[in-house]
Design a protein around this ligand. Structure first.
Ligand SMILES: C[S@@+](CC[C@H](N)C(=O)[O-])C[C@H]1O[C@@H](n2cnc3c(N)ncnc32)[C@H](O)[C@@H]1O
Length: 298
């Protein structure tokens, strides 16, 4: 089961209250949603979106006791305008984006996110997507691979790794996670292989971001949600790597400049030591929050 991060902090900044309408744009296994639902009853409503059908099944079960006051939607949050239009929702009191992948996804070896267990390269959060990591790794051009490893992975040996991937797939397609990890290992220098971070970490992150189009989706989701927040409505975003955090930070800065949002977190909020000790996956989490300007006129 996925352990939700920064739960107290999410509640502190989202301030869910009875009768409010909250959008959980990445409901996952429903951990944050459960805490939100406890606070918006009576009279509240929660809409939970996720692009992973398996996560939604778990959330549905977990939130059963709140049945009738939440709805789970299998979709991508980049489509939140269409989703809300279908539900005839025009205004929202608060929204949470808890980005990235869940433990459910990374711990299920068969989904091909992890280089530690052998599985077919996949990495799709939404198993309905046409292109998986297998297609991407075996069809992207050298330049595309090189650029993605550099930009999305911050991988120092991007050229060497991209070249090794292209050379290997000319012989045979690269099918497995561990096979790709071995190619990366062989393409990088000795000192790098011995460092604390596995040499495959950055390449796997980069491919995952590309396959799931994570950065473009985040920009779309953030752009769209501002049209739905009530004045005084709150938006909380948790990101897990610097590329996401940069997008959130820039977007909030622009919106504050336009007088649409007021910033609630001058610096990103990070988990306390105790939380990181209990849940190491929380260590890279950064929370930023804004509130829709009450003096804004529509
Ligand atoms: C960190 S988990 C959320 C965990 C959840 N807050 C909880 O407490 O259980 C992130 C979730 O976001 C989903 N996700 C990521 N990008 C998405 C997108 N663009 N649209 C919809 N869901 C997305 C993933 O499938 C994953 O289930």
């Amino acid at each position: 089961m996925h352990r939700s991060v920064l739960v107290d902090e999410v509640i502190e900044f989202l301030k869910p209250e009875p009768a409010e309408l909250i959008l959980d744009a990445t409901v996952g296994c429903g951990g944050h949603a459960e805490e939100i639902l406890k606070r918006i009853t009576p009279g509240g409503r929660l809409i939970g979106i996720d692009c992973d059908e398996k996560a939604l099944e778990i959330a549905q079960e977990r939130l059963r006791k709140f049945s009738g006051i939440f709805q789970l939607i299998y979709d991508n949050f980049k489509n939140l305008d269409k989703i809300l239009a279908r539900l005839n929702i025009k205004r929202i009191d608060g929204t949470l984006f808890d980005l990235g992948i869940s433990s459910l996804q990374i711990d299920d070896a068969s989904r091909g996110f992890s280089f530690r267990s052998p599985a077919r390269l996949d990495m799709r959060m939404d198993e309905g997507l046409k292109m998986s990591a297998y297609e991407f790794v075996n069809s992207a051009s050298f330049y595309e691979l090189d650029g993605i490893l550099k930009d999305y992975g911050g991988e120092r040996y991007h050229k060497r790794i991209a070249r090794a991937i292209v050379e290997q797939r000319q012989k045979d397609p690269i099918v497995n996670t561990t096979e790709l990890a071995r190619i990366i290992y062989k393409a990088t220098p000795g000192y790098y292989r011995r460092s604390k971070i596995d040499p495959a970490t950055r390449t796997f992150q980069a491919i995952r971001i590309a396959v799931n189009n994570e950065l473009a989706n985040l920009k779309d989701g953030l752009d769209k949600i501002s049209h739905y927040l009530e004045p005084g409505g709150r938006l909380v975003v948790i990101s897990f790597h610097s590329l996401e955090d940069r997008i959130v930070k820039r977007h909030f800065k622009e919106m504050v400049k336009k007088n649409i949002y007021v910033n609630l977190t001058k610096k990103p909020v990070i988990p306390k030591q105790a939380e990181v000790e209990e849940n190491p996956r929380a260590r890279s989490a950064k929370l930023r929050a804004v509130i829709e300007n009450v003096s804004r006129s529509f």
